[in-house]
Ligand binder design. Structure first.
Ligand code: ZN
Length: 433
């Protein structure tokens, strides 16, 4: 172990309690999304931490972004610390929003439970633990090597859980991720402390509607049942589409392995009379449903083309139309994201992988995420391709009850990240204390 590595490790070990307390403080502000609560408050809490340490702090509201309102403004923070010498900028981007708490918790969901070496709470793993880890790593690095070359940025951004339009997408459009100001990006999403996540599969969401004709439920032959038409759509998916998707596999190292192929989920189905509220005590009315809608979530591979992915589905619907009397449908795009995968030779990939093997004494694993995260905006809008996700925590725990992040995992990950900063921001020869 070199002198600067052991000094960094000692500086992080000395901050272990601070790391736990910071994670808890972040969890105590329930930044639930939707609706997007208390974003300003969490940004101000972070600003109060960064400013005394000499960071230049910007609080940025994504005016006019989807869901931005006076009640729920979309606030983001970017904090930049600049070393005394010129060099690259390493940016850590975490989302500060968390998903709803949900049922089934046996611990406090907002930061009061620390036990068995874990910090529990909604967003502990995804990803306030990762945010706290990057902050502690940066603070330890700056304290140990105040003469470093370059800059360190830490951002906490809104709305990742709902697409990132009021967060990273907005910042990228404003130039915050332009390659002139930022050269390396780490997103501390919970991919495990020994894995480098290179990117993610693509996404296409669409709504399919089948059309019928309303009539009295006692005489369905006078109407046309849209739910039965949708049944034909789902049956065709079962017969031809799902088997086809299972044959489309990828060279991307997606984890879990089940996601190493094209997948399709039917997110929802609605047909006929809408559900009445809980106050309604009567019976439903007898009607033939004239509309039925499903929302599909198609995940596609870097080897696939989105135009062809869409054509595959519309081709299936057209085939039904040719054989099924009175079949009519609409299809509407809801959301799409292209797949992305950073090159394994990119500087940030090589540096973090090298730091993992030094700190954990094992080789880093390279993975790709089944779902998307904010890398899509950095890649497409920011045009910055030297970007990975790397952070502590177990991805499977994200969005679950009793979500937690392991304290040792955060400490180890902070050491990996601090060593990464040393590799990227300490010019050769300046390492000797
Ligand atoms: Zn996340």
């Amino acid at each position: 172990m070199t002198a600067h590595t052991s000094a960094l490790h000692a500086a992080i070990d000395a901050r272990r309690d601070d790391l736990i307390a910071l994670t808890q403080d972040l969890l105590r502000i329930p930044t639930l999304n939707p609706p997007g609560a208390r974003y300003r408050e969490i940004c101000e809490m972070l600003a109060a931490r960064f400013e005394p340490l000499g960071f230049q702090v910007d609080l940025i509201r994504a005016h006019g972004a989807p869901a931005d309102s006076e009640t729920y403004p979309r606030w983001n923070i970017v904090a930049r610390h600049t070393g005394p010498r010129a060099g690259d900028c390493v940016h850590f981007n975490s989302h500060h929003d968390v998903v709803e708490v949900g049922h089934g918790w046996t611990t406090d969901p907002f930061g009061e439970t620390v036990r068995d070496g874990r910090v529990y709470g909604r967003g502990s793993c995804d990803m306030k633990g990762g945010l706290a880890t990057s902050i502690i790593a940066a603070e330890a690095f700056i304290a140990t090597h105040p003469d470093y070359a370059g800059a360190i940025e830490i951002s906490a951004t809104a709305d990742e859980e709902s697409g990132g339009y009021g967060g990273v997408a907005y910042l990228a459009e404003q130039g915050w991720f332009s390659p002139q100001r930022v050269q390396h990006v780490i997103i501390p999403e919970p991919l495990n402390k020994d894995r480098v996540c290179l990117g993610h599969r693509g996404v296409w969401w669409a709504e399919i509607e089948t059309k019928g004709r309303i009539a009295h439920g006692s005489m369905p032959f006078l109407g046309d049942c849209a739910v039965r038409h949708m049944g034909a759509v789902i049956d065709e998916m079962e017969q031809t589409l799902f088997p086809l998707l299972a044959t489309k596999t990828t060279a991307m190292p997606v984890v879990p392995e089940g996601a190493r192929q094209s997948t399709l989920n039917i997110n929802s189905i609605h047909g006929g009379e809408p559900d009445q509220g809980p106050d309604y005590t009567g019976l439903p009315a007898p009607c033939v449903p004239d509309r039925c809608r499903i929302v599909i979530d198609r995940r596609f591979l870097i080897e696939e083309d989105l135009t062809e992915v869409k054509a595959e589905l519309t081709g299936m619907l057209e085939k039904i139309k040719k054989t099924r009397p009175k079949f009519d449908y609409d299809i509407r795009d809801l959301f799409e994201v292209q797949p992305t995968m950073t090159d394994q030779d990119a500087p940030i990939v090589r540096t973090v992988a090298g730091a993992i093997s030094k700190v954990l004494s094992r080789e880093a694993e390279f993975v790709v995420s089944p779902g998307t995260y904010d890398q899509k905006h950095i890649d497409r809008i920011g045009r910055l391709h030297n970007c990975i996700a790397y952070g502590p925590g177990i991805l499977d725990l994200a969005h679950q009850p009793d979500e937690y992040v392991g304290i040792d995992d955060m400490v180890d990950s902070a050491k990996v990240v601090a060593l990464t900063l040393a590799e990227l921001l300490l010019p050769e020869g300046s390492e000797t204390p």
